[in-house]
Design a protein around this ligand. Structure first.
Ligand code: ASP
Ligand code: MG
Length: 419
């Protein structure tokens, strides 16, 4: 069995959905579980609905939601003939759930409402794509993954309950393959024991697909993207980026850790644990080789470059020349944990501690305020953090030319410079 994941861009229009169907046609006769994201920018649009609702702007929330509804109904109308009415009824049930909620006043925490509303994007996209594939003779079974993926109730960042989820996948998903070649469901969402919807964190569909792959012992997972393969740098920042046809899990984990937006960082572990290869393929041209990610060593990689903009350096110095020791550091790390801050770089000196974090004004303000109780705090904004794995002197010099390097950290494999 194979696992396919189609991201939002691969299903963001009538033409793209037809294209996705043509990809599925190439694999006819194979057993595939297909995980799909919300169409295009739907998740962002639903985030705005929640924000308006929570700010007490009910009419605005309903208006914004109407736009999401219209978009999906229009897409369904263009794609479907015999299956339209059934699909429309299914979409309307999802709409109604959201609209009921929007008519209430918020009494619970923001993240709870976020998940109840935002999960709809995946439900709508999969309902439409499933109906279209069925109409095209690509017979598939649509599943509400909220009946399968059990999570805790840490809304917006829910953790999978592996024991219950494994049981559900084995009892409810595996047997479907006796009747169907294709089972089609959502990424990114799940539900709690109390049947409240949850989400697994933005871009979480890659991870959902990997959870299925792990539990079903899939032969492979394929992520269909709009890029020809994984590149050694973001081509928007570095036009001479080159494709990397082969990588191992370790390299991808490292790339994701340093901020490369290739694959959701949680995706690798479930695959690595069962040695399931991960293919990254281009949905615009499925004949291209793409990238394969596996367990074996890969040699002669080009320099892998990650440039994170909008970085903030926070320097903390002791006031009285006392050492910044375990106690201070321990305290700072508990602040990071409390504020959900993950430093991109840290450096510890005798009487100072320095960290580089993403520009997130409220968090930085809170951190600075709390830390200033025991250290002097200085904040510098507008920096960028350059990471190069497998660096060479030439590449490093080229990428830092004309820039002021404020901080440098270097290991045998990786160099990081704060610019
Ligand atoms: N639709 C969600 C998002 O845009 C999940 C995903 O695409 O992986 O973040
Ligand atoms: Mg997405």
């Amino acid at each position: 069995m194979k696992v396919f994941k189609f991201g939002g861009a691969s299903v963001n229009s009538v033409d793209r959905i037809k294209n996705m169907a043509s990809i599925m046609q190439r694999f006819s006769g194979e057993k595939i579980i297909v995980i799909i994201s919300a169409m295009g920018k739907t998740t962002n649009a639903l985030e705005k609905v929640v924000a308006a609702f929570y700010a007490g702007k009910k009419e605005e929330a309903l208006d914004l939601f109407t736009q999401v509804k219209q978009q999906h109904l229009t897409t369904a109308k263009y794609l479907l003939v015999s299956g339209y009415l059934a699909c429309e009824a299914q979409l309307k049930d999802f709409f109604t759930e959201v609209e009921w909620l929007l008519h209430d006043k918020p009494v619970r925490e923001y993240d709870y409402y976020y998940d109840q509303v935002v999960c709809t994007g995946e439900l709508l996209s999969t309902a439409i794509v499933s109906a279209y594939l069925n109409e095209e003779g690509i017979t598939n079974k649509w599943v509400d993954v909220r009946d399968i993926f059990r999570t805790d109730n840490d809304f917006r960042d829910a953790e999978i309950d592996w024991k219950q989820t494994t049981a559900h996948v084995q009892d409810s998903i595996a047997p479907l393959f006796n009747t169907y070649n294709i089972v089609l469901t959502q990424g990114f969402i799940g539900s709690t024991d109390e049947n409240e919807s949850t989400t697994l964190g933005r871009e979480g569909s890659d991870y959902s697909a990997a959870v299925f792959a792990n539990i079903l012992d899939a032969e492979s997972q394929t992520i269909w993207k709009d890029v020809e393969s994984v590149m050694n740098a973001d081509p928007k920042q570095f036009p001479d980026a080159v494709p990397m046809p082969e990588l191992n899990y370790n390299e991808v984990i490292e790339m994701a850790y340093y901020g490369a937006q290739v694959i959701h960082p949680k995706t690798i572990k479930p695959l690595q644990n069962k040695s399931i290869p991960l293919y990254v393929k281009c949905f615009l041209d499925p004949a291209l080789p793409g990238t394969v990610i596996h367990n074996k060593p890969v040699h002669n990689l080009p320099p892998v470059i990650v440039l994170k903009e909008k970085q903030v350096m926070i320097e903390m110095n002791s006031r009285d020349f006392s050492f910044v020791g375990e106690q201070h550091i321990g305290h700072l790390y508990s602040l990071f944990e409390k504020l959900h801050i993950r430093p991109n770089l840290t450096q510890n000196g005798a009487i100072s501690f320095l960290c580089v974090i993403d520009e997130w004004p409220e968090k930085i303000e809170k951190l600075a305020l709390e830390a200033s109780a025991f250290l002097d705090v200085q904040v510098t904004k507008g920096l960028s953090l350059l990471t190069i794995r497998h660096y060479t002197k030439e590449v490093f010099e080229k990428l830092t030319a004309g820039k002021k390097v404020l901080l440098l950290q270097r290991s045998e494999e990786t160099v990081q410079a704060l610019l």
